[in-house]
Design a protein around this ligand. Structure first.
Ligand code: COA
Ligand code: AMP
Length: 629
């Protein structure tokens, strides 16, 4: 069957399609049917009983593949390589789960995981899944305040953290960040488990902290606890339009079925294959395709602690792909741009034997055609852009090479995957013809594996995603569909920007800027960046009578964003202006400002309050080096 037949097969019988896919999962009790019309957008396999850890680990041991490597850890920063078999993983996870259970963790309890790219991060996720506890992984590049916000929102009974993370230029001191976050948060966890790394041994807080190894001593390993299909597997926070992140909920059974399907049919990965997604467990790519997807499919996954360049060189990806005979590789376009900048002629690529590599998958941001062409030329394999979001958990659009390799089109993530009926609408919700740019929406219900709601925020869920186009999920992306049914993703329709494949909220940055005592008003926009895709810049209007030198205020706000949101925001540039350009109704014209900063042609909006302000913005941008070309 080709793509067209598979897609039409789903469309004509979604229930039959998803029940057939559910056969690839081990159930404690099979679901009576696939779709349940309950909750804000429906639920999948709700009356089945199942365990994620069993499907990701134990079933492979039971099937005789216990000696296969499950997790390969590669750290060019600590110069170490280590493999963990499925049997070892089962023992380690059962022991950790047993220790968590002995400390009172049970089904439904929340556990925050704050760890760098070490196998123990995956073990912590799987141990929660084993008990039916709901994990929420927080990315290491966030500041203490962001961790505190998540602690208050999901109210974890425990936090599992490492003593430190390792960036190429510095040690990230996780423990002081964790302690500060717990101090700031209103909710306090019962206990914290600290994994002490060789590079930094953290001070434990008596009565609250236990050490990873110590608290597992002498415990009875835990078996897998079956949970209902609609039991939440995890919460993952992502940026929205405000400083309060959205807690995307992922249900257990839909997640299992969707990831198994996607591993086999999109990535062409099956039992015994080797797969690598070079992302971080703090992002959705890390959840779906470093941890759960490959393991559920019985494949080897790679946990990589390093960067595409500088750890130690621009050939590190290709070395790992060669040494571990990776079949499908997944990274963000920004990582390829970083490599291409250092290795424009593909010198490093030619030094390694990449015979096993069949495809390179790109996602997280728009894959610019120049980067895709560079990769195609030098790797000589399929380069596949695919489009998805934290909310969807797996690809909305892709080239499903496990089903059929479709012709690729530069600039397009190809075609909708089964379960996704993708439409392009104008602002009033009228369908637009092929080739016309509009808001991208997906007809409800969304497929298994996508979000059923936001944690503790059903109203926000409806307002953010469902109210604008009734009967559809609003993706927040704008784009078009061509005459062959290929999608093109062009921009966000909201205040979310994408910096080095990291999703960030300009609204959250504005909240930080406006908390500076001298700032009366501000705006943050995303401008084009040749490496990171976009980077944020801020505009500050100061209160009257302020005498602080402008460069001091700029320095202050740069430090404040780093302290409050974290280094990952990469907020480094701001300028002081007298006024911000606004419409007569008071809306700041951020899109027009971004066009000026990017040196693009723009039309002065008819509703502008005072067109002269755009000239002032142009001058201010020039003073900080924009447009860059
Ligand atoms: N823990 C702590 N800090 C982190 C971090 C982590 N896990 N990840 C990034 N940071 C820090 C970096 O150290 C940097 O800090 P600095 O300002 O002190 O230098 C800051 O956050 C910005 O990081 P980043 O945007 O990653 O920029 P970079 O200059 O360090 O690296 C690239 C640039 C392109 C090499 C890098 O961004 C990259 O590999 N991107 C791929 C991203 C990716 O895979 N995204 C997942 C989406 S699928
Ligand atoms: P995240 O939730 O962090 O995965 O970010 C999701 C957002 O990243 C999407 O809504 C898009 O704006 C953007 N994005 C992800 N993949 C792609 C892609 N292949 N092409 C264009 N934009 C993408």
């Amino acid at each position: 069957m080709g793509y067209r037949e598979v897609y039409e097969g789903w469309k004509s019988d979604p229930e039959g399609f998803w029940m057939a896919q559910a056969d690839a999962i081990d159930w404690d009790r099979k679901p009576s049917h696939a779709y349940f019309d309950q909750g804000p957008v429906g639920e999948w396999f709700a009356d089945g009983m199942v365990n994620t850890c069993w499907n990701a680990v134990d079933r492979h041991v039971a099937a005789g593949r216990g000696d296969q490597i499950a997790i390969m850890h590669e750290s060019p920063i600590t110069l170490s390589t280590k493999g963990i078999t499925f049997r070892q993983l089962q023992d380690r996870v059962a022991s950790l789960a047993g220790a968590l259970r002995a400390k009172g963790i049970k089904k439904g309890d929340r556990v925050i995981i704050y760890m760098p790219m070490i196998p123990e991060a995956l073990e912590a996720m799987l141990a929660c899944a084993r008990l039916g506890a709901v994990h929420s992984v927080v990315f290491g590049g966030f500041a203490a305040n962001e961790l505190a916000v998540r602690i208050d929102d999901c109210q974890p009974k425990a936090i599992i953290a490492a003593s430190c993370g390792l960036e190429p230029n510095r040690v990230v001191h996780y423990k002081p960040l964790l302690d500060a976050a717990i101090d700031q948060a209103r909710h306090k966890p019962d206990f914290c488990v600290i994994f002490q790394r060789e590079q930094e041994v953290a001070q434990l807080v008596e009565g609250r902290d236990v050490s990873w190894h110590g608290f597992q001593y002498g415990v009875t390993p835990a078996d897998c606890v079956p949970v209902e299909g609609n039991h939440p597997a995890y919460i993952l926070y992502t940026s929205g339009t405000t400083g309060q992140p959205k807690g995307v909920v992922r249900d257990t059974a839909g997640h299992l079925v969707a990831l198994q399907w996607s591993m086999n049919n999109i990535y062409n990965i099956h039992e015994g294959d080797r797969f690598w997604a070079a992302s971080d467990v703090g992002w959705v790519v890390g959840h779906s395709y470093i941890c759960y997807g490959p393991l559920i499919a019985g494949a080897t996954t790679v946990v990589f602690e390093g960067k595409p360049v500088g750890t130690p060189h621009a050939g590190v990806f290709w070395r790992i792909i060669q040494n571990h005979r990776i079949k499908s590789f997944f990274t963000a376009p920004t990582a390829l741009r970083a490599i291409r900048r250092e290795d424009p002629t593909g010198e490093w690529i030619r030094r390694y034997k990449l015979h096993d590599l069949q495809a390179l998958f790109l996602a997280g941001e728009r894959a610019d055609p120049e980067t895709v062409k560079w990769a195609q030329n030098h790797l000589g394999i399929l380069v596949i852009d695919h489009w998805w979001q934290t909310e969807t958990g797996w690809a909305i659009a892709a080239n499903p090479i496990g089903v059929e390799t479709l012709p690729t089109k530069l600039g397009s993530p190809s075609v909708p995957m089964p379960g996704h009926d993708v439409q392009i609408f104008d602002d009033e919700g009228h369908p637009l013809p092929d080739g016309t740019l509009g808001a991208i929406a997906i007809k409800l219900p969304l497929p298994p594996g996508t979000l059923p709601t936001l944690w503790n925020a059903e109203d926000r869920f409806r307002k953010s995603y469902l109210d604008h186009f009734p009967g559809y999920y609003e993706t927040g992306d704008a784009g078009y569909i061509d005459e062959d049914g290929y999608l093109y993703i062009m921009a966000r329709t909201d205040d979310v920007i994408n910096v080095a494949g990291h999703r960030l909220s300009t609204g959250a940055m504005e909240e930080v800027l406006s908390s500076h005592p001298d700032v009366a008003e501000c705006a943050v926009i995303g401008v084009a960046d040749s490496l990171k895709g976009q980077s944020p810049i801020g505009f500050l209007c100061l209160k009257s009578g302020v005498n602080t030198p402008h460069d001091q205020v700029v320095k202050d706000v740069v430090n404040m964003v780093r302290d409050k949101i974290g280094p990952v925001a990469a907020f480094k540039t701001a300028c002081v202006v007298d006024r911000l350009p606004k419409t007569r109704s008071g809306k700041i014209l951020r899109a027009t400002m971004a066009k000026i900063a990017d040196g693009e042609a723009f039309k002065t909006p008819a509703t502008i309050e005072d067109p002269v302000v755009l000239d002032e913005i142009t001058v201010a941008l020039k003073s900080i080096g924009y447009p860059q070309t």
